[in-house]
Each structure stands twice: as C-alpha cells, then as structure tokens.
Design a protein around this ligand. Sequence first.
Ligand code: PMP
Length: 411
Amino acid sequence: MTNNTPHIIKNDPWYGSYASRAEDMRASEIRALFAVASRPEVVSLAGGMPYLDFLPFDELSELVAKMLREEGSHAWQYGSAQGNAHLRERILDIVRLEHITDAQADDVVITNGSQNGLDLITRLMCDPGDVIIAEDPNYVGALGVFKSFQAEVINAHMDADGLIPESFEESIKYAIAQGKRVKFLYTVPTFHNPAGVTMSIERRTRILEIARKYHVLVVEDNPYGLLSFDNKTYPALRSMDPDNVVYLSSFSKIIAPGMRVAWMIAPPGIRQKLVLANESSILSPSNMSQMTISTYLDNFDWKKQIEEYRGMYKSRCETMDQALRTYMPYCSWNKPQGGFYIWLKIPEGLDAKAMLPRAITARVAYVSGTAFYDTGEGADHMRLSFCYPTEERIVEGIRRLSTVVDEELAT
Ligand code: PMP
C-alpha cells in the first residue's frame, strides 16, 4: 500500500496501522457515481433503487403510529439476534412462492439487508486465501465483501441460461489443483445483477449436483426472484437442495430498502452460527424496522403489490428495450424476464469506463461493466437499470447515451 494510492486519504495519521484486510477497501464504482447520478438533471440508469411511489404511505403511517402506541416499548427495545418470530413466520409465506415449502420459522435469520447476510456467511466460511466461485460478471457488493475477508474469487462463466455447469466444475477443479479450498459458490440465479439472465431449471439441477459432488456450499442470493415479468416464479435452489444451500432474500426490492430488513434460510449448523455472528456483529436486527415491515405485511395485500411492481418494471424494461432498438441498434443486449437490469454490450473498441465522464456531461449515468469484475475486465459492457426512472426519462436517457456513443464511434 502506498500513501499516494488514490483511495487513501492524504496524510492519514493511521496510515500503516490498518489491518491487511482493510488495505483494498475502496468505494465501489457505483458509490462513487451516486452523488453525481442523483442530480435531478441527470437521468440515472445507474442505481438499483426500487420505485416506491406505489406504496400506501398515508395508511401505513397511521398503522405504524398505532403500532408504536401499542407496542412501542417492544419496537424500540433490543430484540432477538435471530430476528422477530412473527416476521420469520410471515417470511415463510413469501418463500413458498419460490417453492420453499419445508422451511420452518426457526430456519430463518433476519439480517440488516442481504448485504449484511453476505458479510455474515463470508465471515463464517472464509479464511484468507479460501476460494469463492462466483459468476462472471458478479454483483459488485458481493465482490466488496469477499475482498474484505481476503477470499479469492474464481469466476465461472454465464450465458443466456445463467451459470454454465461445465464452467462451474472447471473452476472448482482449477482451485483444487492449486491446493485451494473452495468454500462456496456465490450465485444470483434469478434475474441476475448485472447480467439480467436467469438460470434454467435443468441447470439448477446440474449445478446442485456438481456442488454436492465436491462438497461445495451454494450461497443463493435472490433479491429479485419475485419480480418476474410473466408471473412465473422459479424454484429457488434452496427448494431443490435444502441441506446444501444458504438462501438470501430481502425486502429491499419488493418493499423498502430503507428498512434494511432481509433474511437468510440456512441448514441448522450454519443457521446457528449465523445467529452467533449476527449477535457479535449487531446484537440484534432493528425491532422497529422489522415491526414496520410486519405491519405492512399484516395489513396490506403484499402479493397484489408485487404484481403491480411486476407490471411496472416489465413496462419500463420494454420501454428501455425499444429505446435501445431505436437509438442504439448497433449494440447488443439481453432482454430480461424480470429484475432491474439490462447488460449492454457496446461496439468494439469503445470503453464504458472511459466514456462515463462524457455521459455525465451529457446528463445520463450508467455503471461501467468494469465495476462487476475484480480484474479490470468489463469495459465493453454497461449496466443499465430501468427500475427507477419513469418511461419518459428512460427514453430520454437512452437518447442522450446514444449521442455519447455516436460521438465516440465518430472519433
Ligand atoms: N444482492 C444483490 C444481487 C443485490 O442486487 C443487492 C442490492 N442491490 C443486494 C444483494 C443487497 O441488498 P440489500 O442489502 O438491500 O438487501
């Protein structure tokens, strides 16, 4: 580590004192972009923020006020490290939609967002140098966690049907041949962030077989699974192999990221350790947040709300797809069946990372594909989010982006 490394504050009096695992910590490309991208004149196709204006805030605020009057001394008190029992019961109704029918409330652990869950499972499983197999490209927030525990990420490739089983197996063999311990596969099987693709059912079966063969745990990160555009929900990997999968999902994309409430479902041994890790990390997840979420689930038709979101995100996705056809037909992209993201391949020779400042000047923001790799790859892609801007803004954003790309192509 050198004192002129850009992510280190100049003349930091603690320079030299940090633990080795803190050396490589830095703001993700997305965080660095956040301030600029949230300026109102910029059409942000960058963030993965859900659109919340459909939520019944007026009625909800009255119900939350009532909850506080009646149960305030519970809501504002410390709680259980595993999370609120009532909420864990309610979560079982949600995961049933993804075919998880055997889980009990006791199998569920509440976390402060899935990000916290990723931190917990990595802390439990990985010593420095241990290997995590992850899809290529990979959710940027997970990369940050893996790095902070000094785990080594080995990529496995995807195509339009998600993670390729042969590539997964090759990555395991490669790690073993180097004398490394493979601790888990990290996968976002459904409506992938950033790639937008979904693992087919046949591949789910095959991936689980391979994981079992090599005694590799599967960490299934599934915040988008309910946000399908054709009302189809995929069976969670957890539903197909309960003993070998740790499942994470979250209220962030279906209700409210600001509440920071998510959950994990894990086999008993791992679940017990997760609770202990939660306790040592945060004592207990916020009762106030959990009870606010329960108030919502108990009083509103959350399934109908999710259906409404599906329709809205589908329509925004179609608008983006159409705008890309109109303005940037020389690019290629997947058309997702759910989730928030289009993974756009830009013409050869262009560099999405280098182009970003010019895009910001043209008042449009995206995330360069390089954010989703640890290796500097990905400059030939950008992630475009259609979740937050209105359809009108999406069209305008793509139009602005096309002017930047066109100019690049002309030079
Ligand atoms: N996993 C994936 C794949 C995500 O896209 C996100 C949020 N962008 C998270 C985990 C974290 O979600 P949260 O902490 O809000 O639950």
